[in-house]
Design a protein around this ligand. Sequence first.
Ligand SMILES: *Cc1c(COP(=O)(O)O)cnc(C)c1O
Length: 408
Amino acid sequence: MLETSLDIQTIRKDFPILGRTVHGQPLVYLDNAATSQTPDQVVNVIVDYYHRYNANIHRGVHTLSQEATDAYEVARQKIQKHFHIGKSHEVIFTSGTTHGINLVATGFTSFLKKGDEVLVSAMEHHSNIVPWQMLCERTGAILKVIPMNVEGELVMEEYHNLLSENTKLVFCNHVSNALGTVNPIEEIIEGAHKVGAAVLIDGAQAAAHIKADLQALDVDFYTVSAHKMCGPTGVGILYGKEAWLNKLPPYQGGGEMIAEVTFEKTTYADLPHKFEAGTPNICGGIAFGAALDYMNGIGFDAIAQYEDELLQYATERLLSIEGLKIYGTAEHKTSVISFNIEGVHPYDIGTILDKLGIAVRTGHHCAQPIMDFYKIPGTVRASFSFYNTKEEVDKLVEGVERAKNMLL
Ligand SMILES: *Cc1c(COP(=O)(O)O)cnc(C)c1O
C-alpha cells in the first residue's frame, strides 16, 4: 500500500460506477483528465433537487423558486470561498471552461486593435487556442506562442522576451491536460501585469488537484469545469476581477441579464447576472457546490499527496517497459501520464486496454500543437484520481505489456 492518510477503499464506495465491469473485467477508470466520476454525495443532491424543489430561479415569488434560488446562490458562495474569490458576484456560472473562455475572448473584441499582441502558451487545449484565433481575426491582433521545451515546460526566458507594451492579453493553462505540467502561473501573471496585459488562466485541469487562491494569484480571469472535479457536466465558472467584468460587454442577450428592456434601449443587470442570460444549469450549479464540499471533506492536501505517490509509482513501473516513452517529464506535474510504445499506434493500445476493462484516453487530447511538437499522431494518456489505487496501476502496466506483446 502507498503511505496515505486516505482510506481509499471507503472513498471508492462513494463511487458505485467504480464497481462495475467492462467486457467482463472490473473497470479501471484512468481517464480522469477527460472527466472525473461523480460520488453519491453529489448524485444525491441532484436527485434531491428534482424530487423536492425544481423551479426556475430569481423570478418566482413562490416557495420552490425561492428555495432553488437560495441553493444556487449558496453554491456560488461555496465556489467563492473555495477559490478565495473576493466577491460572490465575481463568480459567473457558465456551462464550463470553453464557455468561460469564449465569453472573455468575445468581450475583448472592442478592446483590441490591429498590431496588439496576444500571447498563448504552446501547450494549450484547443478551447484555449481557437477562441483567441477568432478574436485575432476579428481585431487584427497578433497571436504569439510561448514555446515549450522537450520536457513539456514553458521556456520562461522566451516568455519574458515576448512581453512588450503591445501585449494586451496572455492565456495559459494552469495544468496541461495532455502532459500534466503545472505551469508557473505566478510568474506568468506577474510578468504580464508589468506590461499592463490581462491574464486568463484555464484552470480546468488544475482544479481537481490544486486549490487555487485567486486573490493571492492576482489573476484577471480563471475558468473551471465542474465535471473534472467530481461535479456534473455542463456547468462551470468564470472568475473575473470585478473591474474587468464591469468593463466587458455581455456575452449573450436574453432573460435574467437585463435591468430594463424597451425596444429603444435595454440596460443590463448588475454582476453576475449581466453574464448569465437565460435559465442556467440550476441543478448543476448546486451540485458543483456539493462536489466542492465532497472534495474539501477529503482535503486537497491529502489528495495532492496521494495522487503524487500514484504518479511516481506509475511512472516508475511504466518506464520499466522496454520501448515505452513518456511525454511530459516536467518537474512539477499532476497525475497525468502521456506515453507511447515505439512502433505501436496509441489507438491500438487503447483498444486492447478497453478489452481488459481499463479506460484510458488515446489521441491528441484536444492539444494538437503538442503532438506536432513531438512529431507524433497522439499518445495514450492515463490520468489518475484520488480514488485510483496502486493495484489499478499494476493492472495498467500488465495491460500495456500485454498489448505490446500482441501488437509487436
Ligand atoms: C477539459 C479542459 C478544457 C475544456 O473544458 P470543457 O469542460 O470541455 O469546457 C479546457 N482546458 C483544459 C486544460 C482542459 O483540461
